[in-house]
Design a protein around this ligand. Sequence first.
Ligand code: ADP
Ligand code: NA
Length: 326
Amino acid sequence: PADPVVVSGIQPSGRLHLGNYFGALRQHIDLHQQHDAYYFIVNYHAMTTVQDAERLREHTFNVALDYLALGFDPDEAALFVQSDVPEVTELMWIFFNLLPTSALEKGVAYKDKVEAGLTPNAGLFNYPVLQAADILAYGGSLVPVGADQKQNLEIARDLARRFNNRFCPEDEPLLPVPEPQILDDVAVVPGTDGRKMSKSYDNTIGIFDEGDALEEKVMNIVTDSTPLDAPKDPASCNVFALITLFADAETQQEIADKYRAGGYGYGHAKQALQELIEEHFAEARARRKDLEQRPDYVRDVLRQGAKEARAQAEPLLEKVRDRVGL
Ligand code: ADP
Ligand code: NA
């Protein structure tokens, strides 16, 4: 089979947290060297919630810093800002006309809002169509996301087929149907309150939190009230669940043994977790501080990434326009 084209977007809607790291960024960084990869900071998508120019700009820049600090190498793949490739929004408009609104009414994020009695904006309603345009504009065939994205990927596949059926001769489909590569085994990272870590729940630990701020969040992780002397069950502890993401097998075993033996309190476990986090991101943290001093370099990386992305999207859109009669 042909080498996959990896595509993935990340929303600049707040500070990235450990859930984003283990559920998305780490995979992105792992994949970007072996494959063609397009990683976009989806500022249009973020506008469904972030409607403040200063904040949107700041979040967008911070996501770029995060990727570069965590090891993204701009010589190996393209990192860019979604809105720097206008072909994508053009493709979205064309797609709007191929999809019945009923397909979007079933969207989980949209439905949840409606069911919660909130009024979703049209951006949220159409979110999956923009996502489909993002994927198809670069010929994406490997979309490393969590299982929660299955439905949106189905819409991208559906739109590719609908476009090909309507506008292309049967033996000459223009848009490859993306094969979803859902990472089912990606653990759901728990937040400090034990629910899924999410910025919507205000239970996150930032990838680059450090010092007192990190300590405060770690110390706030919810645990049960087993007394210090009593044996504890690591399998049912949020702190231990986070420890397993950072510690090697041997260290995990050691800490699990201490839990079961008693005399080891949750405060001890939290201290161990904080040290593991500090250590895991120490190098990235130093790189990020250095990059913060070089904003022009970061902007150059994004500009170059957008250039590479447009080199894919532009000729495709020329063909798309021709097929639909624009
Ligand atoms: P949030 O829930 O904080 O708004 P996003 O929906 O922007 O996060 O998620 C961006 C990426 O990070 C997605 O690929 C998603 O699957 C992943 N992700 C987010 N939270 C978690 C988590 N708690 N555990 C694992 N992956 C996560
Ligand atoms: Na690459």
